[in-house]
Write a protein that binds this ligand. Structure first.
Ligand SMILES: Nc1nc2c(c(=O)[nH]1)N[C@H]1C(S)=C(S)[C@@H](COP(=O)(O)OP(=O)(O)OC[C@H]3O[C@@H](n4cnc5c(N)ncnc54)[C@H](O)[C@@H]3O)O[C@H]1N2
Ligand code: MOO
Ligand SMILES: [Mg+2]
Length: 397
């Protein structure tokens, strides 16, 4: 049986470029940017007033002038209005473009405005104050957002401001989620006393959608022929198949045999880990990758986060995420020769330390426990005793 690290390496050796395409920028949230976004003009594009008040030429202050004739009022979006004499000012609003004859803004709070004049109530005035200088943030053709990063709301905002109505993004793999098992009925159906509703497929879909990835869903019964037929169809239509269930040692666990019959090369089956020991991974000649997760809900959930999301991140060319470490809140013992992914609840202490409280639940079938936790703590395989205060990596979900 291979280790978690070996499984990770095998999976990360299967990265694939799915190409690029363009989407309207408003629909690009959560996708991966595949081009540099450049400023179409300076940012800001003009000397932008940052306070409502008056605009003056600083020279007036040097000349000892403290009362100004208001020549005009300029709103944001209006053509700049200049002055002819240093004893003049323009009443001006935040966001307005400043005329080249003006270089200093005094706020209304620091003025007394009466009978068409503005009198200064302060003496400490700096040349250039309350002005966001043209080109201060970025110059024309500067890159405002570099390729190979996740498109966040801030990047949507930048795209809008530089007039990029469409963005080039990385194409995502086409994904199908296949659940299996005769004991599983759909959400809308009423299970018999010996059935349950299927949930893993919805969990996977929800996690993927949190990561900006859409996926189709399919359920197959425990029938070897149907299992084979259905997977065969999916091998033609998708880039990645995420299976849940049917991969262990049960008499009706038909998935590994079906995959083998369909020429999906097994790259590994079983990993030294709990949960998720029976995890199966392989690749078809045509490049389709198959992640077959163990059916127990916590096992599916852990493997999805630990392996598939990692692969997705790398395959889309995103920078590797630095690991997050937390401190174990109490002693913990785990004796099997498996790497244990302990379910924990994370909190920050007053000292700013990330603390992991173990919330063990009742094994990998206890999906109710997932709602009470927010991370897996990855405990080293080589050890059995873990002490309060020790620090280990965590996978937040
Ligand atoms: N003799 C052995 N038996 C088992 C072993 C083993 O090493 N030797 N491993 C156990 C472990 S660990 C796991 S995990 C499971 C994995 O089993 P399968 O991948 O074959 O999954 P199933 O048998 O189909 O189902 C297991 C369990 O999960 C429930 N399930 C499955 N799919 C869903 C779904 N979509 N939504 C909700 N629940 C689902 C299913 O009803 C079963 O209760 O094998 C152990 N056995
Ligand atoms: O992988 Mo199993 O999840 O330990 O129950
Ligand atoms: Mg089974």
């Amino acid at each position: 049986m291979i280790t978690v690290e070996e499984a990770e390496q095998i999976i990360l050796a299967q990265l694939k470029d799915y190409g690029t395409g363009t989407v309207p920028f408003e629909q690009a949230l959560g996708r991966v940017l595949a081009e540099d976004i450049k400023a179409d003009r300076d940012l800001p594009p003009f000397n932008r007033v940052t306070m409502d008040g008056i605009a003056i030429a600083y020279k007036a202050i040097e000349q000892g002038i403290s009362t100004f004739n208001i020549k005009a009022t300029q709103a944001a979006g209006e053509e700049p209005i200049g002055i002819d004499n240093t004893n003049e000012c323009i009443e001006i609003m935040t966001g307005a473009a400043l005329s080249s004859t003006l270089d200093t803004i005094i706020r209304y709070e620091d003025l007394e405005i009466k009978d068409g004049t503005a009198k200064l109530l302060i003496t400490d005035i700096k040349q250039g104050q309350n002005i966001h200088q043209k080109g201060k943030d970025k110059m024309q053709v500067d890159t405002v957002a570099a390729a190979n990063q996740l498109i966040t709301p801030a990047i949507i905002s930048l795209a809008a401001s530089v007039g990029k109505a469409r963005l080039m993004v990385k194409k995502q793999p086409r994904v199908i989620i296949i659940s299996s098992g005769d004991e599983l009925v759909d959400v809308a159906d009423t299970p018999s006393d010996y059935q349950i509703r299927r949930s893993n497929n919805y969990t996977i879909k929800a996690v993927l959608s949190q990561h900006g990835l859409d996926a189709d869903m399919l359920h197959i019964p425990d029938d070897p022929e149907i299992t084979k037929q259905q997977i065969q169809t999916c091998l033609q239509k998708y880039d990645v198949i995420l299976l849940s269930g049917g991969i262990s040692m049960g008499k009706f666990d038909y998935v590994p045999q079906a995959l083998e019959d369909l020429q999906v090369k097994k790259l590994f089956h079983k990993v030294k880990q709990r949960p998720g020991k029976p995890f199966w991974f392989g690749r078809h000649n045509n490049g389709v990758l198959v992640f077959a997760f163990p059916g127990n809900p916590v096992a599916t959930f852990m493997c999805l986060h630990r392996y598939f999301l990692l692969w997705l991140n790398e395959t889309l060319g995103l920078p590797s995420k630095p690991p997050i470490y937390a401190q174990l809140a109490e002693d913990f013992t785990f004796t099997p020769q498996l790497k244990y992914f302990l379910q924990v609840k994370l909190t920050f202490t007053k000292q700013g330390v990330l603390l992991a409280q173990s919330i063990e639940g009742n094994g990998s079938g206890d999906f109710a426990n997932l709602a009470d936790t927010d991370a897996f703590m990855e405990l080293p395989l080589e050890r059995n005793e873990f002490k309060q205060g020790e620090v280990f990596p965590v996978i937040k979900f």
